[in-house]
Write a protein that binds this ligand. Structure first.
Ligand code: HSE
Length: 439
């Protein structure tokens, strides 16, 4: 892309949204302006910025003439070449992206919810208007996983992706596991550090990671996975007791996103707290870090690790997209960002997805209980790989922990329902998936 022999061309950017990431884009574009000019042959200049509140103090020095309260001013401005959407949400952001595409302006966005829910419409519009959408910042913060899938692994069928792709949840689970913090305190810390979404329910419910998984799956398999085809569970019910038992069994609990195609080509996409073997590298991804493990049929396994949230890492990805968009605008043209290829084209029903399970029961401490539970599992064809019953606990009840072999979700749900109904089972069973991470 370097054009050392030509005079640099100025590419004018309209920035919509000046929150944590927007401010990072502004600051870091200035910080590394010289480097970017040399590498891209372009001067990446923020020409106008749309904000909700002109008077809000943001702790950065921005000339007031750059600011407006209406993103439409940016889209309508013939001096703006590229639009950056960082306002979040799926309603106004959708209108903004549509308006920019219709105005033939390439769009850079970090909005995972928008792409996961309305990507199909947006990429169609992009194709019709012959302008690209760039979205590196939408998945895994500073890790360039979108470019990796689009370009680095273009020659591979993707067999599976396992990812820790929500920094907030990983931070909370790490703080709970390592320091014994309560869920609430750990969440408050993550919010303070700027990892969490404006609405942190999106993080802890698993939906932020699920949105990212939808984007990765859709890129990998060439058709748009619908949010209702995705299995999503958050970390709200993960507790210190299960973390302790998981550790005793040699596992760590992570919010894991799993994307996998089976031999018939059915694609499963799910996000849920899962037990991961402590010996696996994913179990050692801590704090707000993200990791994405890609298995391609030619490349085999590749692991990408880095900061998955926060101002600087996420703005690094936006800037990468801006450099790409500027280079494309000035020097050539390319596709919309999403390439349908219909390789598999079908989602796997979540009820049919299969995995190992961890189950913790609180049962009456008396003979015959284990046999009754084992019978209910055995009747449904679910194998038990190990059982532990901690000794020397006081009281009339005792924990009973099972590690179970592969079972479809539908069968597991029936088994758990039947187990809950036993008179010797005293509390709602706690059950989690176990990802062996062996293909
Ligand atoms: N809230 C998100 C996270 C930000 O914690 O991962 C990055 O997408």
């Amino acid at each position: 892309m370097s054009t050392a022999l030509q005079a640099p061309r100025t590419v004018r950017i309209g920035l919509a949204g000046l929150g944590n990431v927007g401010a990072g884009v502004f600051i870091n574009l200035q910080k590394n302006a010289g480097l970017l000019k040399e590498r891209t042959g372009c001067i990446l200049q923020v020409t106008k910025i749309a904000v909700r509140d002109l008077n809000k103090s943001r702790g950065i020095d921005i000339p007031s003439h750059l600011l407006t309260t209406d993103w439409r001013d940016l889209v309508a401005d013939p001096n703006i070449d590229i639009m950056v959407e960082l306002i979040g949400g799926t309603t106004e952001a959708f209108d903004l992206v549509c308006a920019a595409l219709k105005a033939k302006k390439p769009v850079v966005t970090g909005n995972k919810a928008l792409l996961a829910e309305r990507g199909q419409e947006l990429f169609k519009l992009a194709e019709e208007n012959h302008v690209p959408i760039y979205f590196e910042a939408a998945v895994a913060g500073g890790i360039p996983i979108i470019q990796t899938l689009q370009e680095g692994f273009i020659g591979n069928h993707i067999r599976s992706i396992h990812g820790i792709i929500n920094g907030t949840c990983n931070y909370i689970l790490t703080r709970m596991a390592k320091v014994g913090l309560s869920y609430e305190t750990a969440l408050a810390e993550a919010q303070q550090l700027g990892f969490a979404e404006a609405d942190p329910d999106l993080d802890v419910s698993g939906w932020d990671a699920a949105h990212k998984a939808i984007i990765l799956a859709s890129l990998s398999y060439g058709f748009w996975i619908k949010p209702e085809q995705v299995f999503v569970e958050g970390i709200e019910r993960v507790n210190l007791t299960d973390m302790r038992f998981a550790k005793m069994l040699g596992y760590t609990i992570k919010l894991l996103s799993v994307i996998r195609a089976d031999e018939k080509g059915l694609v499963e996409v799910r996000t849920q707290p899962s037990l991961v073997p402590q010996s696996h590298i994913l179990a050692n991804v801590s704090g707000a870090f993200n990791a994405v493990l890609v298995n391609g049929d030619i490349v085999g396994e590749s692991l990408f690790y880095g900061k998955g949230a926060g101002q600087d890492p996420t703005s690094s990805s936006v800037i990468s997209d801006l450099a790409d968009a500027a280079g494309t605008l000035i020097f050539n043209s390319r596709h919309s960002g999403f390439v349908p290829h219909g390789l598999y084209g079908k989602s796997k029903p979540v009820e049919d997805t299969v995995s190992h399970y961890y189950v913790r029961l609180t049962v009456d401490d008396q003979p015959g209980v284990l046999a009754r539970v084992a019978t209910l599992l055995g009747n449904r064809g679910i194998g038990i790989s190990s059982v532990i019953q901690p000794e020397d606990l006081e009281g009339n009840t005792t924990p009973l922990i099972f590690m179970l072999d592969d079972a479809p979700l539908k069968v597991m749900r029936e088994a758990i329902q039947a187990i809950s109904a036993l008179d010797c089972v005293r509390e709602e069973p706690s059950w989690l998936r176990v990802e062996t991470l062996e293909e």
